[in-house]
Write a protein that binds this ligand. Structure first.
Ligand SMILES: NC(=O)c1ccc[n+]([C@@H]2O[C@H](COP(=O)([O-])OP(=O)(O)OC[C@H]3O[C@@H](n4cnc5c(N)ncnc54)[C@H](OP(=O)(O)O)[C@@H]3O)[C@@H](O)[C@H]2O)c1
Length: 386
């Protein structure tokens, strides 16, 4: 038996009933509970891992709130969540060739690639029978892990922040850039204006833009996160100055600032993982031929836009979902050289994972939240612990 977090459909329903279906009042820590699970014995293509650290991800909040789909119910009453982790290989099956005992590996969450490699489902969310990595130990098939780039210059917590967010950002970037370049070749517009709204994925997207010499703008309500990105030459825009686009006047003032910052051009590429009022702000800030990419719907799932205006301005809205396995490998190559994530100042103990999710939901964290799972760390990573 190993300790692992779970979310049960019954607990979700009971908590939603307790707060009269007001999702703003749901206490996620009553739904995400420390449980136990019996791991399967290690098969020929399996790898057993001791989890060292994980990063908290929003899909846990989606699962606990049942605000997108009631995933724990759909999965038969219970899920074991967690799709971003770093661990030590402790056992390998007889047919495993790419990993050995003692290796440090990171996970990816492409749960079921379609014939072009894109995920049909996400591991530990909607992939049938998948057991997540918010656990002390796991058994997974070897295709689900990647060697951790321990020499990339990042510390252990920074590496643990990236397994889900970096491939997502990488995929968003190649889609946004590729679509824009279909319309406007480099010799017509070499330097792009690129904007991302708050959040770890957007931050990494902007790091890609800055690394390629583009003008990158980070529109966030968090001073700590804006300051962290400014150190990489990414220009901050304080979203709270525009009251997170609450009124028409706020949006007009934001538009005026975007025009000022970009000499009237607007943003060629925009990453919006949030939707809601953020979508409208992005739609008004986008340049002609611009591309707005998203893989998230943190604030709302539905968006409404003026299709005629989008056509006339040649705007493309693109929807993505994580990466292919090749893309995961490519994103991992950029750890430390391009991706230098900001980490929340507190590293949470394993027992406090629900508190990390609550803090994430309340938007009080100063960077990506990391949970230390293993008390004792292997020698191979001891020099990477700050
Ligand atoms: N489909 C996929 O493959 C995929 C992969 C990763 C993530 N996602 C989804 O994408 C979303 C973002 O993920 P993430 O990991 O980038 O997020 P994150 O690092 O946890 O950051 C979330 C951000 O949301 C912003 N925020 C919170 N409340 C807000 C509000 N009321 N108005 C405007 N901004 C608000 C905050 O930005 P401020 O700095 O402005 O406060 C915060 O930094 C989540 O819904 C997640 O599930 C999807």
């Amino acid at each position: 038996m190993t300790r692992a977090y779970s979310i049960s459909g019954e607990d979700v329903d009971a908590e939603r009933a307790r707060v009269d279906q007001n999702l703003d009042q749901v206490d996620i820590s009553r739904v995400v509970v420390l449980d136990e699970i019996e791991l399967r014995t290690t098969g020929p293509r399996d790898v057993r891992m001791k989890i060292l650290a994980v990063s908290a991800e929003h899909n846990l909040a989606h699962a606990a709130l049942a605000d997108t789909v009631h995933i724990s119910e759909l999965r038969g009453g219970k899920i074991y969540p967690g799709n971003s982790a770093l661990g030590e290989v402790t056992e390998v099956g007889s047919e495993v060739t790419d990993f050995s005992v003692g290796d440090i590996a990171i996970t990816h969450c492409n749960g079921q690639p379609d014939r072009f490699g894109f995920p049909k489902t996400i591991w530990a969310y909607d992939t049938p029978d998948s057991i997540g990595w918010y656990a002390e130990e796991v058994v997974v098939e070897d295709w689900q892990i990647v060697q951790a780039p321990l020499d990339c210059g990042l510390n252990l917590w920074e590496i643990a922040a990236l397994p889900l967010r970096a491939p997502t950002a990488y995929h968003l970037w190649r889609r946004a850039e590729g679509i824009f370049r279909l319309k406007v070749p480099e010799e017509r517009c070499a330097t792009l204006n690129v904007m991302g709204f708050g959040g770890g994925v957007s931050e990494l997207f902007l790091m890609m833009a800055a690394a390629k010499g583009h003008n990158a703008y980070f529109c966030s309500g968090s001073k700590e996160r804006r300051d962290a990105l400014e150190k990489f030459g990414i220009i901050p825009i304080d979203q709270k100055v525009y009251n997170r686009f609450a009124s028409r006047d706020d949006s007009k003032a934001f538009m005026k600032e975007i025009k000022r910052l970009t000499g009237g051009e607007g943003m060629h590429l925009i990453c919006d993982m949030l939707r809601g009022p953020v979508f409208d702000a992005g739609f008004s800030a986008v340049a002609r031929e611009g591309v707005i990419v998203s893989a998230g719907w943190q604030l709302t799932r539905e968006v409404k836009f003026n299709s005629a205006a989008a056509s006339i301005k040649q705007i493309t809205l693109d929807h993505t979902h994580y990466e292919t396995l090749y893309g995961v490998g490519a994103a991992t190559e950029l750890y430390g050289s391009v991706y230098k994530p900001t980490i929340h100042h507190e590293i949470y103990p394993f027992e406090d994972l629900p508190r990390a999710i609550v803090d994430m939901q309340e938007n009080t964290q100063t960077g990506i939240p990391i949970i230390r799972v293993a008390e004792e760390m292997p020698e191979a990573v001891s020099h990477l612990i700050p």
